[in-house]
Design a protein around this ligand. Structure first.
Ligand code: ADP
Ligand code: MG
Length: 701
């Protein structure tokens, strides 16, 4: 069916008319034939099975029986009348009951004629009865297009009240299939159809609305899900290809002396294989003439910083400036301090710019950026300010991406006429499948290996009334020379209660761990950043043994000697946050521990989160559970990506189909990037429609 016909307004469909059209538009957003066609049922009543009366169970719903009505009587009750029919098949008898609409039934019912009844059965007065059965003459039932599984469409109260019931909607849908003769143009290639033994477009649509069997319904679902995901992937991959061919990037031709000197003489440890692989991927991108747009995923502690440094060295080796942006002041300071040492050894300049950088210092930085003296700039989003101008920014790295948005990424882009290479680093592992659809426009590198010798953090869940034991444990660990984090939830910096909890907690810890034997740092969002930094530094230097903090320490802090992470009210944290916090320990050679403290009142989801933390240290596994609990809506970036607008596929449940669809889209484009081959013409035609109609389902039909 050609697509312009399907753009016909719904008013023109027989049986719709202006009133119903209006309702459909307002209540379900259905404007055109196309929209109606894409109103997929929420579920189906299985009418493939026929029961015998002798087989009935008490309280079975969705029961369908063939039989005859052999008698009809009216029974007077306290409140009105009820109409009762005696219904019979070869195995027994039962009753059909109406409390309303009796006149119509009496006048239209045919006695001793085969009917198909459908509904819920009750056991009442020692007989089975079906109130208000769905009733259809067997002869009509046989001819009916919806004779197998009955679709139940999404509806609203208003629709039902105004008579646009499910039954009417099905009728309208049948009319649509009659008018279109059920012929819809194929959107996929013969190759794809036969490879996955998929139904044709027409058969898939017919069977999604009026499945002839459960098996055909499954096939229809697969076909439509595949198609939906395939075209999204196709679009993302094409965008990426076009980007690469159009957006020229700086070519970092050589891996020069800085990189090599660092690698040969200053690397403090052997790189993991994953780090080596990732650096190779980045090096390849940087020298490929196209602008790099890469996402680096690696669990907390997997060693992303060194990858960032080595990438920046390649930039500097090629005469460019580079920058590294982190989401918090503390983290920027830590990056700066960590990298300063290496930069001094290599004799290159590095500076730190944050919100609290003094004006005089700031001026100095601005100058050295503009005249090209400065090689590496580290900082917070202060880097994004317009005043910050680079002479030649060649590579921008963003750490812990979940705190930054896409808008900020593009702001970095515009710091040059030729956009710099961009590397986004995140410790929030997104399951690969989701990453593929969310970040289809980014290339992805994954560090899936922790440095050797790391012992997995032992995680336990303890209730508040075990606190004394926990204190004893802390004392023992401190006696061994270790340091401890105690973290309180502070979801909103403004929440008074959380602040009070933190202060009460601090007071009780001070009582339990008195000075001068014990020294305690405290860091929270209400402090001035210089104070925060002071406290943080005391802990980093080992002057304090306990760090009481809110989640400001969540991101990136590195204190290898800290071996215990205690999370208070752990039930209030999300899974990825818990995992991030736990990642603060287990960085040294010592056995580390994470203790999740909660009250006894736990929701089911909280229990799942806590159990997941206790049994798994694998960020990707944890991310999968998180995704199942929360759905993709809360995961970063998904809002912009359109994965939420999926009509039939589900990004979590259908990840296997997504993987197939992506693989095929890639494969097809790699041999035929312009989709010009005859065999791909359906795909090309469909793809062209994408430009015309915004909604994906407008173009895939
Ligand atoms: P993240 O990926 O969380 O940013 P970091 O880059 O902060 O991780 O690295 C965590 C710790 O592991 C740091 O102390 C770092 O020096 C160390 N590290 C990184 N790579 C290695 C390695 N290959 N071998 C040993 N230690 C490493
Ligand atoms: Mg980090």
């Amino acid at each position: 069916m050609n697509s312009s016909f399907l753009q016909t307004p719904i008013d023109f469909l027989k049986g719709v008319g202006p009133n119903r059209a209006d309702l459909l538009r307002k209540e379900l957003g259905i404007q055109t034939y196309q929209d109606l066609l894409n109103l997929f049922p929420n579920r189906y009543l299985d009418r493939t099975k026929y029961y015998k009366i002798a087989e009935l169970q008490r309280n079975s719903s969705d029961v369908q029986i063939v039989g005859k009505i052999i008698g009809l009587k009216e029974i007077q009750q306290k409140r009105g009348k009820r109409l009762v029919a005696k219904f019979k098949d070869s195995t027994g008898e039962m009753e059909l009951v109406w409390f309303r609409g009796q006149k119509w039934i009496r006048e239209n019912l045919k006695l001793n004629t085969d009917y198909v009844i459908f509904g819920k059965v009750n056991w009442f007065n020692n007989t089975f009865s079906m109130p208000h059965p769905d009733l259809e003459l067997l002869v009509e039932h046989k001819q009916n297009i919806r004779s197998a599984m009955q679709p139940i469409y999404p509806s609203t109260e208003k629709l039902t009240n105004k008579g646009l019931t499910n039954r009417v909607l099905s009728k309208i849908m049948q009319q649509l299939f009659l008018e279109t003769k059920g012929k819809f143009s194929e959107t996929l290639s013969e190759e794809l159809l036969s490879k996955f033994k998929m139904l044709s477009k027409s058969d898939a649509l017919l069977n999604i609305h009026f499945p002839k069997s459960q098996a055909l319904l499954s096939k229809a679902e697969f076909r439509l899900k595949f198609e939906e995901l395939f075209f999204i992937q196709l679009q993302l991959i094409l965008k990426n290809l076009i980007h690469k061919s159009k957006i020229k990037g700086f070519n970092f031709e050589r891996v020069g002396p800085l990189f090599n000197t660092f690698y040969n003489s200053h690397l403090p440890f052997e790189l993991t294989n994953a780090q080596k692989r990732v650096i190779k991927e980045i090096r390849y991108d940087l020298g490929s003439n196209a602008q790099m747009n890469r996402l680096l995923q690696g669990d907390v502690g997997s060693g992303k910083t060194i990858v960032a440094l080595m990438s920046m060295l390649i930039g500097v080796d090629n005469g460019f400036q580079t920058c590294l942006m982190a989401p918090t002041e503390i983290l920027s300071v830590q990056h700066y301090n960590g990298l300063l040492e290496y930069c001094n050894k290599l004799n290159i300049s590095i500076k730190l710019l944050t919100g609290s950088t003094k004006t005089s210092k700031r001026k100095e930085i601005h100058e050295s950026l503009e005249n090209g003296d400065l090689n590496i700039l580290i900082g917070t989003h202060a880097l994004l300010e317009d005043k910050v101008k680079f002479k030649n920014l060649g590579l921008a790295i963003i750490d812990e991406q979940h705190r930054f948005g896409v808008a900020q990424r593009s702001k970095l882009w515009r710091k040059n006429i030729t956009p710099p290479h961009i590397l986004v680093m995140t410790a929030t592992p997104i399951p690969r499948t989701l990453a593929m659809s969310v970040y289809g426009d980014l290339d992805i590198s994954i560090i899936d290996e922790l440095p050797a010798g790391r012992k997995p953090v032992k995680t336990v869940h303890r209730y508040d009334n075990n606190r004394l034991k926990v204190f004893r444990f802390i004392r023992d660990e401190i006696a061994k020379g270790r340091q401890i984090y105690i973290v309180y939830p502070l979801i909103q910096e403004s929440e008074k209660m959380d602040y009070k909890d933190l202060m009460d907690g601090y007071a009780s810890i001070e009582r339990e761990f008195p000075k001068p034997e014990y020294q305690i740092s405290i860091v929270h969002g209400k402090m001035k950043s210089s104070d925060k930094d002071f406290e943080m530094q005391r802990f980093i230097k080992g002057e304090t043994q306990i760090m009481v903090a809110t989640t400001v320490i969540e991101v990136g802090v590195d204190v290898p000697n800290a071996s215990v992470m205690i999370i208070e009210s752990a039930e209030r944290f999300g899974l990825s946050q818990l995992h991030q916090l736990r990642g603060r320990v287990g960085r040294g050679a010592e056995q580390s521990y994470c203790i999740l403290m909660t009250s006894h009142k736990l929701s089911n989801d909280s229990k799942i989160r806590l159990e997941t933390m206790v049994h798994s240290n694998d960020g990707f596994e944890i991310a999968e559970v998180d995704l199942k609990l929360r759905g993709p809506g809360d995961i970063m970036g998904t809002q912009q990506s359109g994965v939420l607008n999926l009509r039939i596929a589900n990004i979590v449940k259908d990840k296997d189909i997504l993987a197939e669809a992506r693989y095929m889209a890639k494969k097809i484009l790699s041999s035929d990037p312009g989709l010009l081959a005859i065999k791909n013409k359906n795909i090309l035609n469909t793809y062209k429609q994408m430009a015309k109609y915004k909604n994906i389902w407008n173009y895939i039909s």
